[in-house]
Design a protein around this ligand. Structure first.
Ligand SMILES: [Zn+2]
Length: 335
């Protein structure tokens, strides 16, 4: 009997490295997690990656391992396999992560950003499995997106396409996004933005909200999770904040439909559970923000992979054709 074909996926974050084995049907067979010291030296951080990979390799004994996929927070330079200068990974500047992994273990290795990876897993095996054109958004601390056409990621000219979270949707909004642009969706509707908008309201006198008691009376301690909990408890301010968030997402998704007209819109990430309860409102508003007369027909669905999206996504990179970038740029530090 032939051994089962599997890919090893490595999901790198600012505080942990998760890794695991995923088969060609998208089933997760093994997972492991190790702490990540993203503020340390480059090699110390790399040791966390090695620990996670070695544990997965041990578990892959007897299986047919087809490659290693690595998902990392961006920005990355895909053609060179570099982590450029991710705010979540100060340990690595222009760091050749892909080649470090490939050279150590000898397997075909692919690197991509976490949103692209998670979007690809949804398209191959998750909520997008029966569609040829998929738009994926991960709503969490930030907002990442992926475009998957015919089971392949769309990369653009140099690999930097599909940064949909940084599309400006409100010119009058403050510059609240780390990227420096004004009015980005991420600066208005991410978890960080939900917490900031709530804090501003609490400080402006909305102090009867349950949110305050949930965070021990300290507005600085508010998170998107607190807001979601308060909303489930019937809190009015939380309701207003999430209603406004749904409105931002409707404007954005209406525009996405005008640009791409994908067959499905998939939402993943830590906020997807709570925002999926707002999908009916978002869908009802989208036609006001799209010229597509059939906008309402496009399904808006929650992602299938939850907490394991990074492992499934990084492994998915090994089961899809690699990027065909038309342009390879000099490294950022040479520009
Ligand atoms: Zn931005």
């Amino acid at each position: 009997m032939r051994a089962e074909k599997v890919a090893l996926g490595v999901d790198i974050g600012g505080t942990k490295v998760a890794a695991g084995l995923v088969n060609s049907c998208g089933r997760i067979l093994f997972t492991t997690r190790v702490p990540m010291n993203a503020g340390g030296k480059a090699d110390e951080a790399m040791n966390s990656v090695h620990d996670a990979i070695r544990a997965s390799l041990d578990a892959a004994n007897g299986m047919d391992l087809c490659g290693i996929g690595v998902a990392s927070p961006g920005p990355l330079e895909l053609s060179a396999g570099l982590v450029v200068d991710s705010p979540n990974l100060p340990c690595w500047r222009n760091f050749p992560l892909r080649d470090r992994v490939r050279d150590r273990y000898g397997y075909a290795t692919r690197l991509d950003n976490d949103a692209n990876a998670a979007g690809l897993a949804e398209a191959l095996w998750g909520a997008g499995v029966s569609y040829n054109s998929v738009f994926y958004a991960t709503l969490g601390t930030g907002i990442g997106t992926a475009i998957v056409l015919n089971q392949r990621l769309y990369y653009g000219r140099t690999g930097t396409a599909a940064e949909g979270g940084h599309m400006t949707i409100d010119l009058d909004a403050p510059c609240a996004c780390g990227c420096g642009k004004r009015g980005c969706l991420e600066g208005l509707a991410s978890g960080t933005a939900i917490a900031r908008r709530t804090r501003e309201k609490l400080l402006a006198g909305h102090n009867h909200s349950q949110i305050l008691s949930l965070c021990g009376g300290d507005p600085a301690a508010v998170t998107a999770k607190t807001v979601a909990t308060a909303w489930r408890g019937g809190d009015r301010l939380a309701q207003d904040i999430l209603n406004e968030t749904a409105g931002f997402l409707a404007v954005w998704l209406g525009n996405i439909v005008d640009l791409l007209e994908p067959e499905v819109l998939i939402v993943g990430g830590g906020l997807s559970k709570v925002m999926s309860e707002w999908f009916p409102q978002i869908k009802a508003q989208m036609p006001s923000w799209s010229i597509n007369p059939r906008c309402s027909e496009i399904p808006l669905v929650e992602a299938k992979y939850g907490a394991d999206a990074g492992i499934a996504g990084s492994a998915a990179l090994c089961f899809s054709e690699p990027a065909a970038l038309t342009v390879s740029l000099p490294a950022a530090h040479e520009l």
